[in-house]
Design a protein around this ligand. Structure first.
Ligand code: C2E
Ligand code: CA
Ligand code: CA
Ligand code: CA
Length: 279
């Protein structure tokens, strides 16, 4: 038994080393991602439940690694955060989104910004410059932040959020309900939108608890003057239920996966979801 344990421990140690090596290598590779044009944005449609129309897109980052192919954001965003590369990458995302905004003048653009970019970057300047350079109206840009953003340097962060909002940029709270102290954050800042985390939507219609929690979040948002967006909507039944519950806006695979800009163009021309508007 003794040797068996040692064996698995050694195996574990080798696994760890390998993981560390892969991470280190990926971090190095990420450094070249912007200059070598390996980053790209995809766009996921956001649909207004009252009109059945696409009213905006969430911009999601994609990395095409030269040998590993597509690396999902869940596997490289935290590496970018650790190395500080998230700041130039985050700036790049904002600039790209604003550049794209000119092609679809009727749409809003949501971008994800991580806490480090608020603390160490120059987010206000980046956003102002990007909007000005592309001639995009600030109210078409929405910044999605997660609850983690208010865990540190709260006063400073709120000052930055307030400055962005004064500029006309919208601020959305992402992944609502999954963090440590969601309700407390709503008290600290006047968000424009609450994005209900997809884990709640997955339970919609399956458990009374999920239904009640979603309803409560929608109502809470409404009473605070915040729009609600439900993420991860995969079926028409979920969309219908959310509409009944008074949810304003949805996104998810049912309406479209994140897709390259050319496909969004087609979607805008050919589709609407009037079956939702009907009932
Ligand atoms: P997120 O901001 O919560 O983005 C939503 C994620 O859910 C996306 O994954 C999207 O593809 C996925 N999704 C959308 N609809 C559905 C659905 O109906 N079902 C299911 N199962 N999933 C759905 P993605 O693109 O892999 O991004 C993962 C996370 O990486 C994002 O979560 C966000 O936190 C982060 N991320 C992506 N792009 C950026 C970026 O430009 N900057 C920063 N800081 N983070 C980013
Ligand atoms: Ca998001
Ligand atoms: Ca989310
Ligand atoms: Ca408000």
């Amino acid at each position: 038994a003794k040797s068996k344990c040692r064996g698995s421990l050694q195996f574990f140690a080798e696994e760890m080393n390998e993981q560390l090596l892969i991470r280190k290598q990926l971090k190095g590779d990420l450094r070249r991602a912007i200059p070598e044009g390996q980053l790209e944005l995809e766009f996921q449609p956001q649909v207004d439940l009252t009109t059945g129309k696409v009213i905006g897109v969430e911009c999601l980052l994609r990395w095409s690694h030269p040998t590993k192919g597509r690396v999902p954001p869940d596997q490289f965003i935290h590496l970018a955060e650790e190395s500080g590369l998230i700041i130039p990458i985050g700036d790049w995302v904002i600039c790209q989104a604003c550049a794209q905004a000119n092609d679809w003048p009727e749409l809003k653009f949501a971008v994800n910004v991580c806490p480090i970019q608020f603390r160490q970057g120059n987010i206000v300047e980046t956003v102002r410059n990007a909007l000005e350079a592309e001639g995009v109206s600030p109210n078409r840009l929405e910044i999605e932040i997660t609850e983690g953003i208010l865990l540190q340097n709260t006063e400073e962060t709120i000052a930055i959020l307030t400055e962005l909002k004064a500029m006309g940029v919208r601020i959305a709270m992402d992944d609502f309900g999954t963090g440590y102290s969601s309700l407390n954050y709503l008290r600290r800042f006047d968000f424009d939108k609450i994005k209900i985390d997809q884990s709640f939507i997955a339970g919609l219609g399956r458990s009374t608890e999920s239904d009640c929690i979603i309803q409560a979040v929608i109502d809470l948002g409404a009473s605070l003057g915040m729009t609600s967006n439900a993420e991860g909507v995969e079926t028409l039944a979920q969309a219908r239920k959310l509409k009944q519950q008074g949810c304003k806006e949805v996104q998810g695979y049912f309406f479209g996966r994140p897709m390259p800009s050319t496909s969004i163009q087609e979607l805008l021309v050919d589709h609407d979801w009037m079956m939702l508007a009907a009932d």
